[in-house]
Design a protein around this ligand. Structure first.
Ligand SMILES: [Zn+2]
Length: 160
Protein backbone atom coordinates (compact mmCIF):
# COMPACT_ATOMS: atom_id res chain seq x y z
CA UNK A 1 0.00 0.00 0.00
CA UNK A 2 1.42 3.38 -0.93
CA UNK A 3 0.90 6.64 0.94
CA UNK A 4 -1.81 7.65 -1.53
CA UNK A 5 -3.98 4.66 -0.58
CA UNK A 6 -3.53 5.11 3.15
CA UNK A 7 -4.50 8.77 2.82
CA UNK A 8 -7.69 7.80 1.04
CA UNK A 9 -8.51 5.22 3.70
CA UNK A 10 -8.22 7.87 6.32
CA UNK A 11 -10.35 10.33 4.39
CA UNK A 12 -13.13 7.94 3.39
CA UNK A 13 -14.23 5.89 6.39
CA UNK A 14 -15.87 2.66 5.29
CA UNK A 15 -19.52 2.04 5.99
CA UNK A 16 -20.92 -1.29 7.15
CA UNK A 17 -24.10 -1.29 5.06
CA UNK A 18 -25.59 1.21 2.65
CA UNK A 19 -25.43 2.72 -0.81
CA UNK A 20 -22.60 4.88 -2.11
CA UNK A 21 -22.60 7.11 -5.17
CA UNK A 22 -18.99 7.38 -6.24
CA UNK A 23 -16.98 9.04 -9.03
CA UNK A 24 -19.08 12.18 -8.91
CA UNK A 25 -17.28 15.02 -10.75
CA UNK A 26 -16.31 17.43 -8.03
CA UNK A 27 -18.91 20.15 -7.52
CA UNK A 28 -21.76 17.85 -8.54
CA UNK A 29 -22.05 16.27 -5.07
CA UNK A 30 -24.10 19.19 -3.80
CA UNK A 31 -26.34 19.07 -6.87
CA UNK A 32 -26.97 15.34 -6.42
CA UNK A 33 -27.68 15.87 -2.73
CA UNK A 34 -30.29 18.51 -3.66
CA UNK A 35 -31.88 16.05 -6.10
CA UNK A 36 -31.87 13.30 -3.45
CA UNK A 37 -33.67 15.57 -0.98
CA UNK A 38 -36.46 16.14 -3.51
CA UNK A 39 -37.21 12.40 -3.50
CA UNK A 40 -39.49 11.78 -0.53
CA UNK A 41 -38.08 8.27 0.06
CA UNK A 42 -34.70 9.83 0.84
CA UNK A 43 -35.84 12.85 2.83
CA UNK A 44 -35.35 11.29 6.27
CA UNK A 45 -32.41 8.91 5.91
CA UNK A 46 -28.82 9.63 6.93
CA UNK A 47 -26.82 10.99 3.97
CA UNK A 48 -23.14 11.95 4.06
CA UNK A 49 -21.58 14.19 1.43
CA UNK A 50 -17.84 14.04 0.84
CA UNK A 51 -16.12 16.51 -1.43
CA UNK A 52 -12.80 17.00 -3.20
CA UNK A 53 -11.38 13.51 -2.71
CA UNK A 54 -8.40 12.58 -4.83
CA UNK A 55 -9.40 10.35 -7.75
CA UNK A 56 -7.12 8.61 -10.23
CA UNK A 57 -9.78 8.88 -12.94
CA UNK A 58 -11.21 12.34 -12.29
CA UNK A 59 -8.46 14.20 -10.47
CA UNK A 60 -10.92 15.27 -7.79
CA UNK A 61 -14.25 13.70 -6.98
CA UNK A 62 -17.22 13.92 -4.65
CA UNK A 63 -19.13 11.04 -3.12
CA UNK A 64 -22.40 10.47 -1.29
CA UNK A 65 -23.26 7.78 1.24
CA UNK A 66 -26.81 6.76 2.05
CA UNK A 67 -27.85 4.66 5.03
CA UNK A 68 -30.40 2.69 3.03
CA UNK A 69 -30.42 -0.83 1.57
CA UNK A 70 -31.60 0.20 -1.91
CA UNK A 71 -31.87 3.55 -3.69
CA UNK A 72 -35.30 4.30 -5.25
CA UNK A 73 -35.34 3.49 -9.03
CA UNK A 74 -36.85 6.89 -9.85
CA UNK A 75 -34.00 8.66 -8.06
CA UNK A 76 -31.45 6.56 -9.99
CA UNK A 77 -33.16 7.43 -13.27
CA UNK A 78 -33.17 11.11 -12.31
CA UNK A 79 -29.48 10.84 -11.47
CA UNK A 80 -28.65 9.05 -14.73
CA UNK A 81 -30.00 12.01 -16.72
CA UNK A 82 -28.36 14.72 -14.63
CA UNK A 83 -25.04 13.05 -13.93
CA UNK A 84 -24.42 9.96 -16.10
CA UNK A 85 -21.13 8.13 -15.49
CA UNK A 86 -21.33 8.03 -11.70
CA UNK A 87 -20.87 4.68 -9.97
CA UNK A 88 -23.53 3.32 -7.61
CA UNK A 89 -22.30 0.74 -5.09
CA UNK A 90 -24.17 -1.40 -2.61
CA UNK A 91 -22.11 -1.98 0.52
CA UNK A 92 -22.73 -5.01 2.70
CA UNK A 93 -20.53 -5.93 5.67
CA UNK A 94 -17.99 -3.27 4.66
CA UNK A 95 -17.47 -4.62 1.15
CA UNK A 96 -18.88 -3.77 -2.27
CA UNK A 97 -21.62 -6.26 -3.05
CA UNK A 98 -22.85 -4.70 -6.29
CA UNK A 99 -21.57 -1.93 -8.52
CA UNK A 100 -23.17 -0.27 -11.53
CA UNK A 101 -22.20 2.70 -13.68
CA UNK A 102 -25.21 4.88 -14.52
CA UNK A 103 -25.78 5.42 -18.24
CA UNK A 104 -28.00 7.94 -20.02
CA UNK A 105 -31.45 6.28 -20.14
CA UNK A 106 -33.10 5.54 -23.51
CA UNK A 107 -36.52 5.94 -21.93
CA UNK A 108 -37.63 8.18 -19.07
CA UNK A 109 -41.15 7.60 -17.81
CA UNK A 110 -43.11 9.28 -15.03
CA UNK A 111 -40.34 11.66 -14.12
CA UNK A 112 -40.16 14.67 -16.46
CA UNK A 113 -42.81 17.30 -17.14
CA UNK A 114 -43.50 18.07 -20.81
CA UNK A 115 -42.83 21.79 -21.45
CA UNK A 116 -45.47 21.91 -24.19
CA UNK A 117 -48.58 23.44 -22.53
CA UNK A 118 -50.92 21.78 -25.03
CA UNK A 119 -49.43 18.31 -24.49
CA UNK A 120 -52.08 15.87 -23.22
CA UNK A 121 -49.86 15.00 -20.25
CA UNK A 122 -50.40 18.53 -18.91
CA UNK A 123 -54.20 18.51 -18.80
CA UNK A 124 -55.43 14.91 -18.88
CA UNK A 125 -55.34 13.30 -15.46
CA UNK A 126 -53.86 9.83 -15.42
CA UNK A 127 -51.79 10.31 -18.61
CA UNK A 128 -48.19 9.93 -17.50
CA UNK A 129 -45.16 11.34 -19.29
CA UNK A 130 -42.71 9.28 -21.28
CA UNK A 131 -39.65 10.57 -23.15
CA UNK A 132 -37.34 8.77 -25.58
CA UNK A 133 -33.70 9.61 -26.13
CA UNK A 134 -33.08 11.04 -29.61
CA UNK A 135 -29.54 12.42 -29.43
CA UNK A 136 -26.73 12.04 -26.93
CA UNK A 137 -24.56 15.09 -27.55
CA UNK A 138 -26.23 17.26 -26.45
CA UNK A 139 -29.00 15.23 -24.84
CA UNK A 140 -32.29 15.58 -26.72
CA UNK A 141 -35.46 13.77 -25.66
CA UNK A 142 -38.75 13.36 -27.53
CA UNK A 143 -42.11 13.41 -25.77
CA UNK A 144 -44.02 10.24 -26.68
CA UNK A 145 -47.35 12.06 -26.59
CA UNK A 146 -46.87 15.37 -28.45
CA UNK A 147 -43.68 14.22 -30.22
CA UNK A 148 -41.90 17.52 -29.63
CA UNK A 149 -38.15 17.51 -29.03
CA UNK A 150 -36.56 19.02 -25.92
CA UNK A 151 -33.04 19.51 -24.68
CA UNK A 152 -32.32 18.29 -21.17
CA UNK A 153 -32.17 21.85 -19.82
CA UNK A 154 -35.81 22.37 -20.83
CA UNK A 155 -37.01 19.32 -18.92
CA UNK A 156 -37.90 19.59 -15.26
CA UNK A 157 -38.50 16.63 -13.00
CA UNK A 158 -41.90 16.43 -11.34
CA UNK A 159 -41.66 14.82 -7.95
CA UNK A 160 -44.38 14.10 -5.45
ZN1 LIG B 1 -45.47 16.37 -24.68
Amino acid sequence: MNSHDSLNMQLIPKIENGMVIDHIPTGFGVKILQIALRHSELSKIVITLGMHYTSKRLGKKDLLKFQITELPPRFLKHLSIVCPGVTVKRIKNYSVEKKIVLEVPELVDRLLKCPNPSCITNFERGVTTCFHLLERDPLIYRCNHCERHFSLSELEAVLA
